[in-house]
Design a protein around this ligand. Sequence first.
Ligand code: ADP
Ligand code: MG
Length: 259
Amino acid sequence: MEIIAIANQKGGVGKTTTAVNLTASLAAKHKNVLLIDLDPQGNATSGTGVDKNELGLTIADVLLDGVSLSDAIVSSPAGFDVIGANRDLAGMDITLMGKADSHELFKTAMADLVNDQVATQKQPYDYVIIDCAPSLNLLTINALVATDGVIIPMQCEYYALEGLADLSQTIERLTELNPKLYIRGVVRTLFDARNTLARDVSAELEAHFGDIMYKTHIPRNIRLAEAPAHGLPVIAYERWSKGARAYQKLAAEVIKQSR
Ligand code: ADP
Ligand code: MG
């Protein structure tokens, strides 16, 4: 099982779109995948057709009350498992801060999940994909402490290089809490090949961070923006759209990285 966090402190860069569609594309490639929403906005939850207002249990119950992760799993109509989020997660930061080992609660819960799966002879997950909120709050830190690698969605705009340098530094600092932590890859999102600046920035990213850049560029594609309104990953909404094909290519790259 590999745990992958989708993170970037910036909002609107395609984290949730990547989390949902990477999960769906991995599932379409016969991987057993669990998507965990750690953003109180619950966009990944509703984007997979799960009603965020009807969730029995969320990560909030897991982290605050020691409910087991297995009990918070729902199966999404999109064909994979989801642990949803909603407003119950807002303000958790402050509540969590009072608890001992507050940055390791999620890691412990993940270890228990693995044990539960063995005990109940469930097919183990190949991947757990975590959609993080656009801030380095205690929930995001909990995710980064538990993960094997981070995927950073990044828009090719003027400050991209600086942003990525900052993020690498943050991740470097967090290796103190999680020595395994590393940048698994950076994926260029909302990419418009006709835009000169986007092409230039993309080339610069390649020059400076080539070894961690995924080859796949996710194009700006209207189907990717429309699909969540139908509670569907794009692969189930418009299978042959540019967006759906790009996320399948990205999934293939992610699988290739797995040893
Ligand atoms: P984040 O989770 O980083 O805040 P989102 O994935 O929610 O970002 O994306 C922000 C907005 O941009 C959403 O409305 C989403 O539907 C849209 N979007 C994301 N990626 C694409 C894309 N490749 N093409 C078109 N729209 C996109
Ligand atoms: Mg998001």
